[in-house]
Design a protein around this ligand. Structure first.
Ligand SMILES: Cc1cc2nc3c(=O)[nH]c(=O)nc-3n(C[C@H](O)[C@H](O)[C@H](O)COP(=O)(O)OP(=O)(O)OC[C@H]3O[C@@H](n4cnc5c(N)ncnc54)[C@H](O)[C@@H]3O)c2cc1C
Length: 458
Protein backbone atom coordinates (compact mmCIF):
# COMPACT_ATOMS: atom_id res chain seq x y z
CA UNK A 1 0.00 0.00 0.00
CA UNK A 2 2.96 2.28 0.69
CA UNK A 3 4.34 1.39 -2.76
CA UNK A 4 1.08 2.50 -4.35
CA UNK A 5 1.27 6.02 -2.92
CA UNK A 6 5.04 6.27 -3.46
CA UNK A 7 4.49 5.49 -7.14
CA UNK A 8 2.62 8.80 -7.47
CA UNK A 9 5.58 10.76 -6.14
CA UNK A 10 8.69 8.93 -7.41
CA UNK A 11 9.80 7.55 -10.78
CA UNK A 12 10.95 4.23 -9.38
CA UNK A 13 9.72 2.28 -6.38
CA UNK A 14 11.38 -0.96 -5.28
CA UNK A 15 9.56 -3.25 -2.86
CA UNK A 16 12.07 -5.49 -1.09
CA UNK A 17 11.09 -8.58 0.85
CA UNK A 18 13.20 -11.23 2.45
CA UNK A 19 10.73 -13.91 1.30
CA UNK A 20 10.28 -15.27 -2.18
CA UNK A 21 7.14 -13.47 -3.34
CA UNK A 22 4.83 -16.16 -4.71
CA UNK A 23 2.23 -15.75 -7.46
CA UNK A 24 -0.09 -18.04 -5.51
CA UNK A 25 -2.06 -17.29 -2.31
CA UNK A 26 0.28 -19.10 0.08
CA UNK A 27 1.39 -18.30 3.62
CA UNK A 28 4.96 -16.96 3.77
CA UNK A 29 7.56 -17.28 6.51
CA UNK A 30 7.95 -13.50 6.75
CA UNK A 31 4.28 -13.18 7.77
CA UNK A 32 4.00 -15.83 10.49
CA UNK A 33 0.47 -14.65 11.38
CA UNK A 34 -0.73 -15.46 7.83
CA UNK A 35 -2.66 -18.63 8.76
CA UNK A 36 -4.69 -16.82 11.42
CA UNK A 37 -8.02 -15.08 10.83
CA UNK A 38 -7.80 -11.66 9.19
CA UNK A 39 -10.96 -9.59 8.99
CA UNK A 40 -11.00 -6.42 6.90
CA UNK A 41 -13.10 -3.61 8.34
CA UNK A 42 -14.83 -0.86 6.42
CA UNK A 43 -12.02 1.68 6.96
CA UNK A 44 -9.57 -0.75 5.39
CA UNK A 45 -11.96 -1.64 2.61
CA UNK A 46 -12.62 1.98 1.70
CA UNK A 47 -8.93 2.84 1.72
CA UNK A 48 -7.87 -0.18 -0.31
CA UNK A 49 -10.59 0.63 -2.81
CA UNK A 50 -9.28 4.22 -3.08
CA UNK A 51 -5.77 2.98 -3.68
CA UNK A 52 -6.69 0.05 -5.93
CA UNK A 53 -10.14 0.61 -7.49
CA UNK A 54 -11.90 -2.72 -8.00
CA UNK A 55 -9.88 -4.54 -5.35
CA UNK A 56 -12.91 -5.75 -3.40
CA UNK A 57 -14.58 -7.06 -6.53
CA UNK A 58 -11.38 -8.96 -7.32
CA UNK A 59 -11.40 -10.33 -3.79
CA UNK A 60 -15.00 -11.42 -4.16
CA UNK A 61 -14.33 -13.01 -7.57
CA UNK A 62 -11.42 -14.95 -6.05
CA UNK A 63 -13.78 -16.33 -3.40
CA UNK A 64 -13.43 -13.66 -0.69
CA UNK A 65 -16.63 -13.17 1.29
CA UNK A 66 -18.60 -9.96 1.67
CA UNK A 67 -20.58 -10.40 4.87
CA UNK A 68 -23.90 -8.74 5.50
CA UNK A 69 -23.02 -7.67 9.02
CA UNK A 70 -26.54 -6.97 10.22
CA UNK A 71 -27.69 -10.45 9.29
CA UNK A 72 -24.61 -12.64 9.51
CA UNK A 73 -22.33 -11.17 12.19
CA UNK A 74 -22.99 -12.47 15.70
CA UNK A 75 -21.00 -10.90 18.50
CA UNK A 76 -21.24 -12.35 21.99
CA UNK A 77 -20.34 -10.15 24.93
CA UNK A 78 -21.35 -9.82 28.57
CA UNK A 79 -23.55 -12.90 28.63
CA UNK A 80 -25.43 -12.72 25.34
CA UNK A 81 -25.29 -11.82 21.65
CA UNK A 82 -25.59 -8.14 20.74
CA UNK A 83 -28.83 -7.23 19.01
CA UNK A 84 -28.60 -6.89 15.24
CA UNK A 85 -28.03 -3.20 14.52
CA UNK A 86 -30.60 -1.19 12.58
CA UNK A 87 -28.02 0.09 10.05
CA UNK A 88 -26.68 -2.06 7.23
CA UNK A 89 -22.96 -2.69 7.29
CA UNK A 90 -20.55 -5.00 5.58
CA UNK A 91 -17.43 -6.89 6.49
CA UNK A 92 -14.85 -8.44 4.23
CA UNK A 93 -13.25 -11.79 4.81
CA UNK A 94 -10.64 -13.93 3.13
CA UNK A 95 -7.49 -15.72 4.15
CA UNK A 96 -4.53 -13.46 4.62
CA UNK A 97 -2.62 -15.05 1.68
CA UNK A 98 -5.51 -14.18 -0.67
CA UNK A 99 -5.61 -10.50 0.35
CA UNK A 100 -1.84 -10.41 -0.20
CA UNK A 101 -1.80 -12.22 -3.53
CA UNK A 102 -4.35 -9.85 -5.07
CA UNK A 103 -2.62 -6.80 -3.67
CA UNK A 104 0.80 -7.95 -4.87
CA UNK A 105 -0.64 -8.48 -8.33
CA UNK A 106 -1.98 -4.92 -8.42
CA UNK A 107 1.24 -3.44 -7.03
CA UNK A 108 3.42 -5.26 -9.54
CA UNK A 109 1.26 -3.83 -12.33
CA UNK A 110 1.92 -0.23 -11.29
CA UNK A 111 4.14 1.91 -13.52
CA UNK A 112 7.62 2.24 -12.08
CA UNK A 113 7.15 -0.33 -9.30
CA UNK A 114 9.39 -3.40 -9.04
CA UNK A 115 8.91 -6.21 -6.50
CA UNK A 116 12.06 -8.03 -5.44
CA UNK A 117 11.76 -11.14 -3.32
CA UNK A 118 14.65 -12.92 -1.62
CA UNK A 119 16.27 -9.58 -0.82
CA UNK A 120 16.56 -9.17 2.94
CA UNK A 121 17.20 -5.66 4.11
CA UNK A 122 20.35 -5.48 6.24
CA UNK A 123 21.16 -1.83 7.02
CA UNK A 124 20.47 1.74 6.05
CA UNK A 125 22.96 3.70 3.98
CA UNK A 126 23.48 7.19 5.38
CA UNK A 127 25.46 10.36 4.63
CA UNK A 128 28.64 11.08 6.61
CA UNK A 129 26.94 12.85 9.48
CA UNK A 130 24.07 10.32 9.50
CA UNK A 131 21.59 13.16 9.11
CA UNK A 132 20.04 11.54 6.08
CA UNK A 133 19.26 7.98 4.96
CA UNK A 134 20.46 7.51 1.39
CA UNK A 135 19.39 3.97 0.66
CA UNK A 136 19.70 0.42 1.95
CA UNK A 137 22.11 -2.49 2.05
CA UNK A 138 20.45 -5.75 1.00
CA UNK A 139 21.50 -9.33 0.52
CA UNK A 140 20.88 -10.35 -3.05
CA UNK A 141 21.94 -13.70 -4.48
CA UNK A 142 24.44 -14.41 -1.73
CA UNK A 143 26.22 -11.06 -1.78
CA UNK A 144 25.58 -7.71 -0.16
CA UNK A 145 24.47 -4.88 -2.42
CA UNK A 146 23.78 -1.20 -1.95
CA UNK A 147 20.63 0.38 -3.29
CA UNK A 148 20.40 4.18 -3.35
CA UNK A 149 17.03 5.81 -2.60
CA UNK A 150 15.53 9.26 -2.04
CA UNK A 151 13.13 7.82 0.52
CA UNK A 152 13.21 4.53 2.42
CA UNK A 153 10.02 3.16 4.01
CA UNK A 154 10.48 0.65 6.80
CA UNK A 155 7.48 -1.68 6.56
CA UNK A 156 9.23 -4.73 8.02
CA UNK A 157 6.53 -5.29 10.62
CA UNK A 158 7.01 -6.16 14.24
CA UNK A 159 10.67 -7.10 13.79
CA UNK A 160 11.66 -3.59 12.62
CA UNK A 161 15.28 -2.73 13.41
CA UNK A 162 14.91 1.05 13.04
CA UNK A 163 14.83 1.82 16.80
CA UNK A 164 18.14 -0.08 17.27
CA UNK A 165 19.68 1.60 14.25
CA UNK A 166 18.72 5.06 15.51
CA UNK A 167 20.31 4.34 18.87
CA UNK A 168 23.46 2.96 17.27
CA UNK A 169 23.95 6.19 15.31
CA UNK A 170 23.41 8.62 18.16
CA UNK A 171 19.70 9.35 17.80
CA UNK A 172 17.31 9.11 20.70
CA UNK A 173 15.21 6.03 19.85
CA UNK A 174 11.43 6.36 20.12
CA UNK A 175 9.93 5.69 23.53
CA UNK A 176 8.39 2.20 23.56
CA UNK A 177 5.03 1.39 25.10
CA UNK A 178 4.47 -2.27 25.73
CA UNK A 179 1.32 -3.85 27.13
CA UNK A 180 1.94 -7.51 27.97
CA UNK A 181 -0.93 -9.91 27.31
CA UNK A 182 0.70 -13.33 26.70
CA UNK A 183 -1.99 -14.11 24.12
CA UNK A 184 -2.04 -16.99 21.65
CA UNK A 185 -4.21 -17.75 18.62
CA UNK A 186 -4.97 -21.04 16.92
CA UNK A 187 -6.62 -21.62 13.55
CA UNK A 188 -8.76 -24.56 12.40
CA UNK A 189 -10.05 -24.84 8.84
CA UNK A 190 -13.49 -26.46 8.37
CA UNK A 191 -15.96 -26.82 5.50
CA UNK A 192 -18.76 -24.30 5.04
CA UNK A 193 -21.96 -24.40 2.94
CA UNK A 194 -21.58 -21.85 0.15
CA UNK A 195 -24.65 -19.85 1.22
CA UNK A 196 -23.78 -19.72 4.92
CA UNK A 197 -21.73 -16.62 5.68
CA UNK A 198 -22.08 -16.53 9.45
CA UNK A 199 -19.28 -14.73 11.24
CA UNK A 200 -19.09 -15.18 14.99
CA UNK A 201 -17.09 -13.43 17.69
CA UNK A 202 -16.97 -14.68 21.27
CA UNK A 203 -13.95 -12.65 22.25
CA UNK A 204 -12.08 -13.14 25.50
CA UNK A 205 -13.26 -10.46 27.92
CA UNK A 206 -12.18 -9.95 31.50
CA UNK A 207 -12.19 -12.02 33.59
CA UNK A 208 -12.81 -14.74 30.97
CA UNK A 209 -9.41 -15.46 29.42
CA UNK A 210 -10.70 -17.62 26.55
CA UNK A 211 -12.43 -16.74 23.33
CA UNK A 212 -13.09 -17.83 19.79
CA UNK A 213 -14.12 -16.45 16.41
CA UNK A 214 -15.44 -17.90 13.19
CA UNK A 215 -14.73 -16.27 9.83
CA UNK A 216 -16.13 -17.38 6.45
CA UNK A 217 -13.36 -17.43 3.85
CA UNK A 218 -12.81 -18.50 0.23
CA UNK A 219 -13.25 -22.06 -1.04
CA UNK A 220 -16.37 -22.55 1.13
CA UNK A 221 -14.48 -22.71 4.38
CA UNK A 222 -14.62 -21.26 7.82
CA UNK A 223 -11.48 -20.31 9.67
CA UNK A 224 -12.20 -21.11 13.30
CA UNK A 225 -10.07 -19.23 15.75
CA UNK A 226 -9.53 -20.06 19.39
CA UNK A 227 -7.59 -17.70 21.58
CA UNK A 228 -6.49 -17.36 25.15
CA UNK A 229 -4.92 -14.48 27.03
CA UNK A 230 -2.49 -14.42 29.96
CA UNK A 231 -1.10 -17.87 29.30
CA UNK A 232 -4.45 -19.65 28.86
CA UNK A 233 -3.39 -20.70 25.36
CA UNK A 234 -5.47 -22.78 22.92
CA UNK A 235 -4.22 -26.30 22.14
CA UNK A 236 -3.04 -27.59 18.76
CA UNK A 237 -4.63 -31.02 19.09
CA UNK A 238 -8.06 -31.52 17.45
CA UNK A 239 -9.84 -33.07 20.43
CA UNK A 240 -8.30 -30.72 22.95
CA UNK A 241 -9.37 -27.83 20.72
CA UNK A 242 -12.96 -29.02 20.92
CA UNK A 243 -12.68 -29.15 24.71
CA UNK A 244 -11.28 -25.62 24.69
CA UNK A 245 -14.17 -24.47 22.46
CA UNK A 246 -16.64 -26.24 24.77
CA UNK A 247 -15.43 -24.05 27.64
CA UNK A 248 -16.63 -20.87 25.88
CA UNK A 249 -19.86 -19.40 27.23
CA UNK A 250 -21.85 -20.23 24.08
CA UNK A 251 -21.67 -23.61 22.28
CA UNK A 252 -21.70 -22.33 18.70
CA UNK A 253 -17.94 -22.56 18.09
CA UNK A 254 -17.72 -26.07 19.57
CA UNK A 255 -20.79 -27.16 17.57
CA UNK A 256 -19.29 -25.98 14.29
CA UNK A 257 -16.06 -27.84 15.08
CA UNK A 258 -18.10 -30.97 15.88
CA UNK A 259 -20.52 -30.82 12.98
CA UNK A 260 -18.41 -29.71 10.02
CA UNK A 261 -15.77 -31.62 8.15
CA UNK A 262 -12.24 -30.53 8.88
CA UNK A 263 -10.23 -29.46 5.87
CA UNK A 264 -7.08 -30.51 7.72
CA UNK A 265 -6.10 -31.72 11.17
CA UNK A 266 -3.26 -29.23 11.21
CA UNK A 267 -3.91 -26.40 13.67
CA UNK A 268 -1.79 -23.29 13.20
CA UNK A 269 -0.62 -21.64 16.44
CA UNK A 270 0.57 -18.08 16.88
CA UNK A 271 1.76 -16.51 20.13
CA UNK A 272 1.41 -12.76 20.62
CA UNK A 273 3.25 -11.62 23.75
CA UNK A 274 2.47 -7.91 23.83
CA UNK A 275 0.99 -4.83 22.21
CA UNK A 276 3.94 -2.66 21.21
CA UNK A 277 3.99 0.95 20.12
CA UNK A 278 6.98 3.10 19.21
CA UNK A 279 6.28 6.78 19.88
CA UNK A 280 8.05 8.14 16.78
CA UNK A 281 5.71 11.13 16.83
CA UNK A 282 7.32 12.36 20.08
CA UNK A 283 10.88 12.53 18.68
CA UNK A 284 12.60 15.87 18.14
CA UNK A 285 15.18 14.54 15.73
CA UNK A 286 14.85 11.94 12.99
CA UNK A 287 16.97 11.37 9.86
CA UNK A 288 15.77 12.67 6.50
CA UNK A 289 14.91 10.13 3.83
CA UNK A 290 13.26 7.59 6.13
CA UNK A 291 9.79 6.75 7.43
CA UNK A 292 8.43 3.77 9.37
CA UNK A 293 4.91 2.40 9.07
CA UNK A 294 2.50 -0.46 9.81
CA UNK A 295 3.33 -2.89 12.58
CA UNK A 296 6.82 -1.38 12.67
CA UNK A 297 5.19 1.63 14.40
CA UNK A 298 2.55 -0.19 16.41
CA UNK A 299 1.24 -3.72 16.63
CA UNK A 300 -1.93 -4.36 18.59
CA UNK A 301 -3.62 -7.27 20.26
CA UNK A 302 -5.27 -8.62 17.08
CA UNK A 303 -8.54 -9.43 18.82
CA UNK A 304 -10.26 -6.41 17.23
CA UNK A 305 -8.63 -7.07 13.82
CA UNK A 306 -7.34 -3.57 13.22
CA UNK A 307 -3.78 -3.98 11.87
CA UNK A 308 -4.37 -4.13 8.12
CA UNK A 309 -6.85 -1.25 8.22
CA UNK A 310 -4.42 0.84 10.27
CA UNK A 311 -1.66 0.09 7.74
CA UNK A 312 -4.00 1.13 4.91
CA UNK A 313 -4.89 4.42 6.61
CA UNK A 314 -1.22 5.10 7.27
CA UNK A 315 -0.52 4.68 3.55
CA UNK A 316 -3.08 7.40 2.98
CA UNK A 317 -1.28 9.57 5.53
CA UNK A 318 1.94 8.95 3.62
CA UNK A 319 0.19 10.16 0.49
CA UNK A 320 -0.93 13.35 2.26
CA UNK A 321 2.57 13.96 3.59
CA UNK A 322 4.06 13.43 0.15
CA UNK A 323 1.48 15.77 -1.35
CA UNK A 324 3.33 18.81 0.02
CA UNK A 325 6.54 19.72 -1.83
CA UNK A 326 8.29 20.32 1.46
CA UNK A 327 10.53 17.34 2.32
CA UNK A 328 11.94 19.07 5.42
CA UNK A 329 11.28 16.97 8.55
CA UNK A 330 9.40 14.54 6.35
CA UNK A 331 9.55 11.63 8.79
CA UNK A 332 8.36 13.65 11.75
CA UNK A 333 5.51 15.18 9.78
CA UNK A 334 4.42 11.72 8.67
CA UNK A 335 4.61 10.32 12.22
CA UNK A 336 2.34 13.10 13.50
CA UNK A 337 -0.30 12.05 10.98
CA UNK A 338 0.22 8.33 11.55
CA UNK A 339 -0.29 8.84 15.29
CA UNK A 340 -3.83 10.07 14.58
CA UNK A 341 -4.53 6.70 12.96
CA UNK A 342 -2.75 4.61 15.58
CA UNK A 343 -4.20 6.28 18.66
CA UNK A 344 -7.84 5.09 18.46
CA UNK A 345 -6.79 1.55 17.50
CA UNK A 346 -4.31 1.43 20.36
CA UNK A 347 -6.91 2.77 22.75
CA UNK A 348 -9.47 0.11 21.80
CA UNK A 349 -7.03 -2.82 21.89
CA UNK A 350 -5.12 -1.98 25.04
CA UNK A 351 -8.19 -0.61 26.82
CA UNK A 352 -9.82 -4.04 26.61
CA UNK A 353 -6.56 -5.68 27.70
CA UNK A 354 -6.42 -3.60 30.85
CA UNK A 355 -9.75 -5.10 31.84
CA UNK A 356 -7.62 -8.07 32.94
CA UNK A 357 -5.89 -7.48 36.25
CA UNK A 358 -2.89 -9.53 34.99
CA UNK A 359 -2.16 -7.08 32.13
CA UNK A 360 1.13 -5.28 32.63
CA UNK A 361 2.03 -1.91 31.15
CA UNK A 362 1.27 1.80 31.37
CA UNK A 363 -2.45 1.95 32.06
CA UNK A 364 -3.89 5.13 30.49
CA UNK A 365 -6.00 7.26 32.80
CA UNK A 366 -9.72 6.59 32.54
CA UNK A 367 -9.28 2.95 31.49
CA UNK A 368 -11.19 1.50 34.43
CA UNK A 369 -14.14 3.81 33.80
CA UNK A 370 -14.11 3.13 30.04
CA UNK A 371 -14.08 -0.64 30.56
CA UNK A 372 -16.94 -0.44 33.05
CA UNK A 373 -18.83 1.76 30.59
CA UNK A 374 -18.14 -0.54 27.63
CA UNK A 375 -19.32 -3.60 29.58
CA UNK A 376 -22.55 -1.75 30.37
CA UNK A 377 -22.88 -0.68 26.73
CA UNK A 378 -22.59 -4.32 25.61
CA UNK A 379 -25.22 -5.46 28.11
CA UNK A 380 -27.57 -2.73 26.89
CA UNK A 381 -26.78 -3.64 23.27
CA UNK A 382 -28.32 -7.07 23.83
CA UNK A 383 -31.62 -5.28 23.36
CA UNK A 384 -30.70 -1.86 21.95
CA UNK A 385 -30.04 -1.85 18.23
CA UNK A 386 -28.80 1.76 18.27
CA UNK A 387 -26.00 0.81 20.66
CA UNK A 388 -24.99 -2.04 18.36
CA UNK A 389 -24.83 0.53 15.54
CA UNK A 390 -22.61 2.80 17.66
CA UNK A 391 -20.22 0.02 18.59
CA UNK A 392 -20.12 -1.33 15.03
CA UNK A 393 -18.99 2.07 13.76
CA UNK A 394 -16.08 1.92 16.20
CA UNK A 395 -15.23 -1.69 15.41
CA UNK A 396 -15.21 -0.98 11.68
CA UNK A 397 -12.96 2.01 12.43
CA UNK A 398 -15.33 4.56 10.96
CA UNK A 399 -15.58 6.31 14.34
CA UNK A 400 -13.06 6.53 17.21
CA UNK A 401 -13.83 4.85 20.55
CA UNK A 402 -14.46 8.30 22.05
CA UNK A 403 -17.61 8.50 19.88
CA UNK A 404 -19.15 6.07 22.38
CA UNK A 405 -19.04 8.87 24.94
CA UNK A 406 -21.27 11.21 22.90
CA UNK A 407 -24.32 12.34 24.84
CA UNK A 408 -26.85 10.41 22.73
CA UNK A 409 -24.94 7.16 23.23
CA UNK A 410 -24.13 7.84 26.87
CA UNK A 411 -27.77 8.42 27.69
CA UNK A 412 -28.70 5.01 26.27
CA UNK A 413 -25.86 3.33 28.17
CA UNK A 414 -26.37 4.99 31.53
CA UNK A 415 -30.17 5.13 31.82
CA UNK A 416 -31.54 2.68 34.36
CA UNK A 417 -31.48 -0.82 32.91
CA UNK A 418 -34.42 -3.08 32.07
CA UNK A 419 -32.12 -5.72 30.62
CA UNK A 420 -33.20 -8.63 32.80
CA UNK A 421 -36.85 -8.09 31.98
CA UNK A 422 -36.31 -8.03 28.23
CA UNK A 423 -35.59 -10.94 25.96
CA UNK A 424 -32.45 -10.60 23.87
CA UNK A 425 -33.22 -9.33 20.38
CA UNK A 426 -30.70 -11.62 18.76
CA UNK A 427 -31.55 -15.20 18.00
CA UNK A 428 -28.83 -17.75 18.58
CA UNK A 429 -26.60 -18.25 15.52
CA UNK A 430 -27.75 -21.88 15.70
CA UNK A 431 -31.12 -20.77 14.28
CA UNK A 432 -29.53 -18.85 11.45
CA UNK A 433 -31.13 -19.29 8.04
CA UNK A 434 -28.57 -19.19 5.27
CA UNK A 435 -29.26 -16.80 2.43
CA UNK A 436 -29.70 -18.16 -1.06
CA UNK A 437 -29.87 -14.75 -2.62
CA UNK A 438 -27.17 -12.15 -3.00
CA UNK A 439 -27.33 -9.26 -0.56
CA UNK A 440 -29.04 -6.18 -1.81
CA UNK A 441 -27.84 -3.87 0.93
CA UNK A 442 -25.85 -1.03 -0.53
CA UNK A 443 -22.23 -0.49 0.39
CA UNK A 444 -21.83 1.78 3.37
CA UNK A 445 -20.24 5.07 2.39
CA UNK A 446 -16.47 5.29 2.80
CA UNK A 447 -15.00 6.74 5.98
CA UNK A 448 -15.07 10.50 5.82
CA UNK A 449 -11.85 12.29 5.06
CA UNK A 450 -9.88 9.32 3.81
CA UNK A 451 -10.00 10.14 0.16
CA UNK A 452 -6.67 10.12 -1.62
CA UNK A 453 -7.90 13.18 -3.51
CA UNK A 454 -8.32 15.16 -0.32
CA UNK A 455 -5.89 18.03 -0.19
CA UNK A 456 -3.10 17.97 2.34
CA UNK A 457 -4.38 18.77 5.76
CA UNK A 458 -8.00 18.06 4.81
C1 LIG B 1 -2.67 -13.49 15.09
C2 LIG B 1 -2.93 -12.23 14.33
C3 LIG B 1 -4.20 -11.99 13.80
C4 LIG B 1 -4.45 -10.81 13.12
N1 LIG B 1 -5.70 -10.55 12.64
C5 LIG B 1 -5.94 -9.41 12.00
C6 LIG B 1 -7.24 -9.11 11.48
O1 LIG B 1 -8.20 -9.85 11.69
N2 LIG B 1 -7.41 -7.95 10.79
C7 LIG B 1 -6.39 -7.07 10.60
O2 LIG B 1 -6.60 -6.04 9.96
N3 LIG B 1 -5.16 -7.30 11.09
C8 LIG B 1 -4.91 -8.43 11.78
N4 LIG B 1 -3.66 -8.68 12.26
C9 LIG B 1 -2.63 -7.65 12.11
C10 LIG B 1 -1.92 -7.71 10.75
O3 LIG B 1 -1.43 -9.00 10.52
C11 LIG B 1 -0.78 -6.69 10.76
O4 LIG B 1 -1.15 -5.54 11.41
C12 LIG B 1 -0.33 -6.31 9.36
O5 LIG B 1 0.06 -7.43 8.64
C13 LIG B 1 0.81 -5.31 9.42
O6 LIG B 1 1.34 -5.14 8.15
P1 LIG B 1 2.86 -4.75 7.96
O7 LIG B 1 3.06 -4.63 6.48
O8 LIG B 1 3.23 -3.61 8.81
O9 LIG B 1 3.71 -6.00 8.51
P2 LIG B 1 3.68 -7.51 8.07
O10 LIG B 1 2.41 -7.88 7.44
O11 LIG B 1 4.16 -8.29 9.24
O12 LIG B 1 4.77 -7.59 6.89
C14 LIG B 1 6.13 -7.39 7.12
C15 LIG B 1 6.87 -7.76 5.84
O13 LIG B 1 8.23 -7.38 5.96
C16 LIG B 1 9.06 -8.43 5.51
N5 LIG B 1 10.34 -8.31 6.20
C17 LIG B 1 10.56 -8.35 7.53
N6 LIG B 1 11.87 -8.16 7.78
C18 LIG B 1 12.47 -7.96 6.60
C19 LIG B 1 13.82 -7.69 6.20
N7 LIG B 1 14.81 -7.57 7.08
N8 LIG B 1 14.08 -7.56 4.90
C20 LIG B 1 13.08 -7.66 3.97
N9 LIG B 1 11.81 -7.90 4.27
C21 LIG B 1 11.51 -8.05 5.57
C22 LIG B 1 8.28 -9.70 5.81
O14 LIG B 1 8.68 -10.78 5.02
C23 LIG B 1 6.84 -9.25 5.53
O15 LIG B 1 6.51 -9.44 4.17
C24 LIG B 1 -3.40 -9.84 12.96
C25 LIG B 1 -2.14 -10.10 13.51
C26 LIG B 1 -1.92 -11.25 14.20
C27 LIG B 1 -0.56 -11.46 14.82
Amino acid sequence: MAARVLADAFDEVTVLDRDTLPDEPVARRGVPQARQIHILWEAGRATLEELFPGYIEELRTAGGVVINGRRDFYMYSQGDFLAAGSEPFQLYAATRPLYEQLLRRRVSGLDGVVLRGNCPFLEYLADDGVTSVKGVVIRDGGSEKELAADLVVDATGRTSQTPNWLEKYGYTPPATEEVHVDLAYSANLIERPADDRRMIGVLAEAPRTRGGAVLPVEDNRWLVNLHGIHGDHPPTDVNESKDFAASLPTPIVKDLLDDRLRVSDEIAFYPFPSNRRYRYEELDRFPDGLVVMGDAIASFNPIYGQGMSVAALEALMLHHTLATDDREQFGLRFFARAAEVVEPAWMLATGADFGFSQTEGDRPRGTAFFNWYLARLFRKAHTDRELTNSFTRVLSMQQPPTSLLRPGVMWRVLRPGQRDKQASLRESPHNHVASHIEDDETDPSPREGNSIDATDGA
